[in-house]
Design a protein around this ligand. Structure first.
Ligand code: CTP
Ligand code: 5RP
Length: 423
């Protein structure tokens, strides 16, 4: 089966793998170590993850398994992998994929430069796929580059919005209780029908919860539970926490999760996921200026206009020329939109500086970063050949940084005309 959604668009531009750590990672990492009763720098808790990705997505109703459907030109599973991969304390990520989709998965790993991933053959049910992943992590595997973790996270490949804090919560709770899982309040009431299709009984909604993912387990607990499972469990079971309870008498700790943990199931969920990503990346705009002192800098005026026009968007401004410490922080705080206003020069040095900072930050690994480079030219004084040169230069930069998931647009302004070049 070929990857790509119904009517899927052109090639996907990869974002490289995050190599550095963000501040949040350090904090989470440190608290994981302390929760695990270890000290930073010494032996820390060994954590791995198993991602079942062997389903066919029947409910989505499209030929492509949903984990390979594209959202903003990138396969769904790549978002989920990246969300786990950026958590530095997850050592190995084992993905269960059908033999049929093994090559597709390999090409996604290569294209998006995913790291720390091992592939195993999925089973015919989700439980069998998870068991296959756990077997690969068990210590009795010959010639395996994987080692048995103390705690294993299980997370569906089709839940792309998993944050580090919930992973940390389930892992620390699993360390203490043996098992833990994310839950959400029920949206609808659960009822039980009788054989004749009539209501038998209804559950009190406030007393029940929806079980979501991620879940985490002491590896020995969940592996033992899967080894003892009946074929019926493996065929029809839908709840890993239940297996730990049934076969290891381990009562899972339940952890409140965020609404974004829901599982992409129906076609409309792909649109919902796309909207969530767009919302995440459109929360802030930073106007970058090429001079600090000038209060009348057109960048300040633009900032004011954007503030009054875009009510729900945080608008900040920062000068690039003063070592950019604040700008570094804005990038670290995950601002995805920049308008670089150049009044002092008509060359692209300032924009290039910003692009270098963005490239170094790895911000664009998960989601695209947009940069609009604004330049003022007096078209009466500047010969057409220079205008052309400027346009070509923006186009060249744009091509180069697109490979890094940075979308560069150029705006050359001369009164009274304005050109926007959509590159
Ligand atoms: N034999 C299977 C079946 C499911 N899964 C995975 O389990 C997760 C959650 O399952 P579900 O949402 O039910 O996925 P599908 O089985 O693909 O969907 P459907 O039930 O609509 O066919 C998905 O990441 C899916 O790929 C798996 O690894 N192996
Ligand atoms: O929600 C879950 C955790 O309990 C699972 O994702 C769910 O049970 C998967 O089941 P299915 O493959 O039947 O959709």
């Amino acid at each position: 089966m070929e990857p790509g959604p119904p009517g899927s668009s052109g090639p996907v531009e990869p974002g490289p793998c995050l190599s550095g750590q963000r501040g949040a990672d350090h904090a989470a990492s440190a608290s994981l170590q302390s929760a695990a009763g270890t000290e930073p720098g010494r032996h820390s808790l060994a954590v791995a993850a198993v991602l079942p990705a062997g389903g066919c997505g029947e409910r989505m109703g499209v030929p492509t398994p949903k984990q390979f459907c594209s959202i903003l030109e990138r396969p769904l599973i790549s978002y989920t992998l990246q969300a786990l991969e950026r958590v530095c304390w997850i050592k190995d990520i084992v993905v269960a994929v059908t033999g049929e989709n093994m090559e597709v998965m390999k090409s996604i790993i290569q294209k998006y430069q995913h790291k720390r991933i091992s592939l195993v053959e999925a089973g015919v049910t989700r439980h069998r796929s998870i068991f296959s992943g756990l077997k690969a992590l068990a210590e009795d595997q010959l010639n395996s580059k994987l080692s048995k973790p103390e705690v294993v996270i299980i997370h569906d490949a089709v839940r792309p919005f998993v944050e580090e804090d919930v992973l940390l919560k389930v892992v620390t709770a699993a360390k203490e209780h043996g098992a833990a899982g994310a839950i959400r309040p029920l949206v609808s009431t659960v009822i039980s029908p009788s054989a004749d299709g009539c209501l038998d009984h209804s559950l009190e909604r406030a007393r029940h919860r929806a079980s979501e993912m991620p879940q985490a387990f002491l590896f020995d607990v969940i592996y033992e539970a899967y080894q003892q499972c009946t074929d019926y469990d493996l065929e029809f079971g839908t709840e890993c926490l239940q297996l730990a309870l049934k076969y290891c008498r381990t009562k899972a700790k339940l952890v409140e999760g965020s609404p974004d943990l829901w599982k992409v199931t129906y076609k409309r969920d792909l649109y919902a996921a796309e909207s969530i990503i767009k919302e995440i990346i459109s929360q802030e705009i930073c106007v970058v200026m090429d001079s600090k002192e000038d209060n009348k800098h057109v960048g300040h005026l633009l900032e004011e206009v954007l503030k009054s026009e875009l009510n729900h968007v945080k608008v900040t401004s920062e000068a690039l020329c003063h070592a950019g410490r604040h700008l570094q922080q804005i990038i670290l705080d995950q601002c995805y939109n920049f308008v670089c206003v150049n009044v002092m020069t008509s060359d692209f040095q300032e924009t290039q500086k910003l692009l270098s900072m963005l490239e170094e930050s790895n911000l664009s690994i998960l989601y695209p970063v947009v940069v609009v480079s604004v330049h003022f030219l007096d078209f009466k004084l500047v010969p057409p050949s220079q205008k052309m040169e400027n346009l070509m230069q923006i186009k060249e930069f744009s091509k180069k940084v697109k490979e890094r998931n940075i979308l560069l647009y150029g705006l050359l302004i001369s009164y009274p005309q304005a050109f926007i070049i959509h590159l």
